[in-house]
Design a protein around this ligand. Structure first.
Ligand code: ARG
Ligand code: ZN
Length: 511
């Protein structure tokens, strides 16, 4: 089924860029005149795709040599045992002549791998090495050609240990409920992927489960009974998505429709054990999105939602695309966390980071969004108070006022809260990334006002939405729209060892 779809999609691609004449088979086409050749199958200089996409912080995340266009993922899941049987058809275009290429996959047992190039489909050889699944197609894949690699695999997925960060992101099973929390490198624990925010692709996620649970993800949903007391859910995600941003929940979730944001529907899925009284903040998702849309530009996706899972062992939320994921302990953060994850839909999801060490572009911006919502909803004094508190921590003013000599206080703060850009590999989600990152946009707003800061944020998403971007891209945009002083301010806030003063607020580091 999936395989037919893949070949169909592929032949459409081929038909679109070549003559409709069936022509010779690709083998002979290699030596035939190019006018009758459906694709160029000659390779000049085949070499392996790189085992990493080129992320300076995490050199082996993602892969080089190809760009994924679409994932077609079919999973059969047994919630009681955690067993998953999967078929992943990954459609990609070769970026150079490929003798082999890697997918990221951790754990799971691979049953078979094959590669289809144009109408030629053949078994591939493969080997596992750490998180790398190395695929060697029967023949090299020429640069520019679309290919589909199909991986049949099975096993009991789980969080991915010893990866990029000191915790294990990924697939989580709590009782019979399953969900994923994949940032930054956990997606490879449940499907073969180019697991990096730089490579986004569409996805059709088909999950078959027992009738007593539902499957939640992003995109357009359909479902049908498939016999044996089972139901197949299909989620078609047609806004290209980074693997770590794919939402997934499998469990007895209840569904609640919330007030929409204009014509954009809002849905909350929640574990039935969570009292509805704790779900009040989720009623306001539409309102929050309308508020952000006035400042950040149009909401970048077609749906809005929340998936709330009961998991006492993790207090966290994640901006999974369209449908953010919240664990029950994260509800203690109230509306702030909901505003934060919704702001991420613009910053993190519409614009993804090209390199993980620019993560402040996600977390700083979402923190700023969360402060803006508090200002709007409760009052400017709340914004000012949160900004002040963050600055006092980040600068060392709080240490100084509790008796630490000013120079020592400033030095201790520099050590505890280094500049938010380029954090250490194990500090991806540090307090500085969030708070000094957020203060960067507050300082910019103090300097240029609402019109200036929101002009830049809206243009940021207009220009880089659907793509990934870097701090350099942001600084260049600030310079273009707001001038050199504004650009220097941003650079100083995210790069300098010492946090700059915020003169409009009468704030400066101690000493
Ligand atoms: N990006 C997430 C957020 O919205 C943070 C995830 C941090 N990971 C964790 N396991 N706490 O802030
Ligand atoms: Zn965040």
């Amino acid at each position: 089924m999936s395989k037919l779809h893949g070949l169909l999609a592929l032949s459409l691609v081929v038909a679109a860029c070549a003559s409709s004449d069936p022509g010779p088979s690709p083998t002979t086409a290699g030596s035939a005149p190019s006018s009758t050749s459906p694709v160029n199958v000659r390779t000049v200089d085949p070499r392996p795709g790189a085992p990493g996409i080129g992320d300076p912080l995490y050199p082996n995340l993602g892969n080089g040599g190809y760009d994924v266009a679409d994932y077609r993922l079919e999973l059969e899941v047994e919630p009681a045992t955690g067993m998953v049987r999967g078929i992943a058809a990954v459609e990609a275009v070769a970026l150079h002549d490929l003798s082999s290429f890697n997918l990221d996959l951790v754990g799971m047992e691979v049953r078979s791998v094959d590669v289809a190039v144009a109408e030629r489909r053949g078994a591939a050889t493969w080997r596992r090495r750490g998180r790398e699944l190395v695929v060697v197609p029967a023949e090299p894949i020429p640069a520019g050609v679309v290919f589909v690699v199909t991986v049949v695999y099975e096993g009991v997925p789980g969080p991915v240990p010893e990866g990029a960060v000191p915790f294990a992101p990924g697939w989580r099973k709590v009782g019979d409920t399953i969900y994923v929390f994949d940032q930054p490198d956990g997606a490879a624990g449940w499907f073969p992927a180019n697991d990096h925010p730089r490579d986004r692709a569409t996805m059709t996620l088909t999950v078959t489960v027992p009738e007593d649970v539902v499957v939640v993800s992003a995109g357009e949903r359909s479902s049908r009974r498939v016999g044996d007391g089972r139901r197949e859910y299909r989620w078609v995600i047609d806004d290209p998505i980074a693997p770590y941003l794919v939402p997934l929940g499998i469990g007895p979730f209840r569904e609640r429709a919330e007030p929409p944001a204009g014509s954009i529907p809002v849905t909350t899925w929640f574990d039935p054990d969570i009292p509805e009284g704790r779900l009040e903040p989720f009623r306001r998702q539409g309102e929050m999105v309308e508020f952000f849309a006035e400042r950040f530009g149009p909401y970048p996706f077609e749906r809005i939602g929340a998936l709330i899972v009961e998991d006492e062992s993790l207090r966290a939320a994640l901006e999974t695309q369209e449908v953010s994921t919240y664990t029950s302990p994260s509800l203690a953060w109230g509306e702030a966390v909901v505003a934060h994850e919704l702001a991420h839909q613009w910053f993190g999801d519409a614009v993804t980071v090209a390199r993980w060490d620019d993560i402040w572009l996600n977390e700083g911006f979402a923190t700023f969004g969360q402060w803006l919502w508090a200002e709007h909803d409760v009052g400017p004094e709340v914004y000012d108070r949160q900004v002040m508190r963050a600055y006092r921590t980040m600068s060392g003013l709080d240490r100084a006022s509790s008796g630490v000599p000013p120079e020592d206080a400033a030095r201790q703060a520099r050590e505890a809260y280094p500049p938010p850009d380029h954090p250490r590999a194990d500090e991806l989600f540090s307090a500085s990334v969030y708070q000094r990152g957020g203060l960067t946009l507050v300082a910019l707003r103090d300097l240029v006002g609402d019109e200036g800061v929101f002009d830049v944020l809206e243009e940021w998403v207009r220009r880089f939405g659907g793509r990934s971007a870097t701090t350099e891209d942001f600084v260049a945009l600030v310079e273009e729209r707001l001038g050199a002083e504004a650009a220097e301010l941003v650079t100083a806030f995210v790069e300098d060892p010492q946090i700059p003063p915020m003169p409009q607020r009468g704030l400066a580091p101690p000493g």
